[in-house]
Design a protein around this ligand. Structure first.
Ligand SMILES: Cc1cc2nc3c(=O)[nH]c(=O)nc-3n(C[C@H](O)[C@H](O)[C@H](O)COP(=O)(O)OP(=O)(O)OC[C@H]3O[C@@H](n4cnc5c(N)ncnc54)[C@H](O)[C@@H]3O)c2cc1C
Ligand SMILES: NC(=O)c1ccc[n+]([C@@H]2O[C@H](COP(=O)([O-])OP(=O)(O)OC[C@H]3O[C@@H](n4cnc5c(N)ncnc54)[C@H](OP(=O)(O)O)[C@@H]3O)[C@@H](O)[C@H]2O)c1
Length: 246
């Protein structure tokens, strides 16, 4: 089936740092589930260059939002970062992806573990009713290189206050007050993550969603396997659901 492209228009480009940006985009209504991604595209040198981006907004929000990082040598992300209000971009009509709660079994605790821009789909999920109806505890984890990359703090603070979200951040390349040091997999292994979240990370109690850097996904899945948490499959239910960004 050929992709249908919908014309979108940027309404805001928020620059968080030199490399991090969020685009808010007006486009025809898109049907998707919180946690899914959609391909977005620009026409560059006569060719349509498309990449997958997770939707940050919850499904009922009419303005689409994407959170991105500039990969300096990449063809698309540096150009997306330069878009201004009023600029056009193309959006595929067929969002997709399995990082969605309708695929995740019930548990006491939902863990949403992200690196970098892998935070994006979790912000969509957290702004729907489903996690709060289905899980007694919800833990959001965001790991970045530098403290200035801990973005969407106001939104996260609102979810902490209004929904009881537990939030744990990691900063790996500088000391940062209020954040753990190092990486997620090591903190799963030595118990620092569970201690910081104030709840157990066990196969009996937990469903874990992982998103972002593929090496983090691999290393975190190995650390979780040591604790008895297995990859979740429809035919063989487990505890760990992943989405790799590259
Ligand atoms: C399912 C899915 C969802 C995605 N959602 C997002 C999203 O919400 N936000 C986002 O910024 N990107 C997301 N990506 C990555 C995105 O599709 C592009 O790869 C990215 O924007 C870079 O595009 P590019 O054309 O500039 O470089 P590309 O040629 O696509 O990538 C070049 C290299 O950059 C690195 N890279 C790519 N994406 C990232 C990233 N997000 N963070 C750090 N390093 C990266 C990898 O080493 C990759 O090989 C997603 C990818 C997939 C598969
Ligand atoms: N972040 C920026 O502001 C910035 C600026 C300019 C360009 N870029 C470009 O963006 C890309 C990197 O983006 P990013 O910093 O968002 O993503 P990233 O490299 O995936 O780093 C995000 C977090 O993931 C951690 N991580 C990496 N490998 C891991 C593993 N195996 N297990 C667990 N955690 C792991 C990192 O820890 P470590 O620090 O220990 O690796 C860091 O804390 C590069 O292409 C870079 O050129 C980013």
């Amino acid at each position: 089936m050929t992709t249908q492209w919908l014309g979108g228009r940027v309404v805001e480009n928020r620059q968080w740092t030199d490399a991090l940006f969020s685009l808010r985009v007006e486009a025809p209504k898109l049907a998707f589930q919180a946690g899914q991604f959609v391909r977005i595209a620009l026409d560059i040198g006569g060719e349509r260059v498309a990449r997958a981006f997770s939707l940050v907004n919850p499904p009922e929000d009419p303005v689409l939002e994407f959170y991105g990082v500039i990969v300096p040598e990449g063809p698309l992300s540096p150009r997306l970062a330069k878009l201004k209000a009023g600029d056009a971009l193309q959006i595929a009509s067929n969002p997709a992806g399995f990082l969605i709660l309708s695929e995740v079994p019930d548990a006491r605790t939902l863990w949403l573990l992200s690196t970098g821009t892998g935070l994006a789909p979790f912000l969509s999920i957290l702004r729907t009713e489903t996690p709060w109806q289905r899980f007694r505890e919800v833990v959001l984890v965001h790991a970045v290189r530098h403290a200035r990359e801990l973005v969407y703090r106001d939104m996260i603070a609102g979810l902490q206050k209004e929904r009881g979200l537990r939030y744990v951040s990691f900063v790996s390349r500088e000391a940062a007050a209020g954040s753990l040091t190092g990486r997620i997999p090591a903190a799963i292994a030595d118990g620092r993550l569970a201690a910081a979240a104030g709840t157990a990370l066990t196969a009996e109690t937990s469903q874990v969603l992982l998103c972002g850097n593929p090496d983090m996904l691999k290393d975190a899945a190995a650390a979780l396997a040591e604790r008895g948490l297995r990859k979740h499959r429809r035919r063989a239910p487990g505890h760990v659901t992943t989405e790799s960004f590259w």
